[in-house]
Ligand binder design. Structure first.
Ligand code: GLU
Length: 309
């Protein structure tokens, strides 16, 4: 694996010298404080080895990357009946768009746009108090990463709650259509806390390994989701994981991936690796600028694109 380590070191070296790093998310004030001059990458392999470069041990706000894990959790509880509440088509719209929601009568296009993830949070809440649902999500992610130190950054959760009018609008809108069952403040409480989970690239790469290993976590041997479900989650990541930049990401990187406005991306090379990259500066559609460039370089040099060389 020396070639892989060399490639990671080269990527991190180039990122350290990059002048155009994108812009950190400003609409969540706590995220606006993050130093944009950071970059980390970690690659977890099915044998448990994790190779890293740069700031791979620095925790960051995983934001929408959490939506992959809450989708996995909710599918485990509800099975395919989840799809009655949320679609699985690319949106072609911004992550927080409300326009499509009106046209499609409150059924979000997919589980990775904000509206879709809020609907999934509502499903996870069933039979629980918000605190229990949040605890269940954190425990699930700790179990995936095999790491009990993973925590919620309460300052980020508070910051999102205080500035979450847009997400509150989406949630109220869906509730008006009957697409959300629980009180909006409960659903948003769960959603904001899942987004505020802080993880390092090292932890995130390990947590995503089940998607690279036919649903099985090779660290623990546990079958997290059936193999067919892992394949389907990867398909949704490929088509919908980068909002209205999903086509561009597939074109440049060629892997299923999910981004977050904290600047993290989880990308899956099925059968090969789970990759986490983080750099806080975002491009115009809200995806990590250097993170995307790093994944493009990694897949090219390692020949890991699902579409071949
Ligand atoms: N918590 C963010 C929001 O709701 C998530 C968006 C993202 O990471 O893309 O706006």
């Amino acid at each position: 694996m020396t070639k892989l380590q060399d490639v990671l070191d080269e990527i991190a070296g180039e990122a350290a010298g990059a002048s155009d790093r994108g812009v950190v998310a400003h609409y969540i004030p706590e995220l606006a404080k993050v130093d944009p001059n950071q970059f980390g990458i970690a690659v977890a392999l099915p044998d448990g080895e994790v190779l890293t470069a740069g700031d791979a041990a620095t925790p960051f706000s995983i934001q929408s990357v959490s939506k992959v894990f809450t989708l996995s959790l909710a599918l485990g509880k509800l099975g395919d009946s989840l799809w009655a509440r949320v679609g699985r088509e690319p949106s072609g719209n911004a992550f927080n768009s409300i326009v499509q929601l009106e046209q499609e009568k409150g059924r979000p296009r997919n589980p990775f746009i904000n509206a879709g993830a809020i609907a999934v949070a509502d499903l996870i809440l069933s039979g629980h108090q918000p605190r229990e649902a949040i605890g269940e999500i954190v425990r699930f992610i700790r179990y995936l990463a095999d790491d009990d130190t993973i925590r919620i950054d309460e300052r980020v959760a508070r910051s999102e709650t205080e500035h979450g009018d847009r997400n509150a609008s989406l949630a109220h809108f869906m509730r008006a259509f009957g697409s959300i069952e629980h009180p909006v403040d409960h659903v948003l409480g769960v959603y904001f806390h899942q987004c505020a989970i802080a993880m390092t690239c090292h932890q995130l790469a390990r947590a995503g390994l089940y998607l690279a290993s036919q649903g099985q976590n090779p660290l623990t041997g546990a079958q997290v989701v059936p193999a067919q479900r892992a394949r389907r989650i990867n398909a949704i990541m490929l088509m919908c994981g980068h909002y209205d930049g999903s086509g561009e990401f597939a074109y440049r990187v060629g892997l299923p991936g999910k981004s977050g406005v904290g600047g993290g991306i989880l990308a899956i090379a099925p059968g090969i690796a789970s990759i986490a990259v983080w750099s806080p500066g975002l491009d115009l559609v809200g995806n990590s600028k250097l993170g995307t460039a790093a994944l493009e370089q990694l897949t090219r040099q390692m020949g890991w694109s699902v579409f071949g060389a």
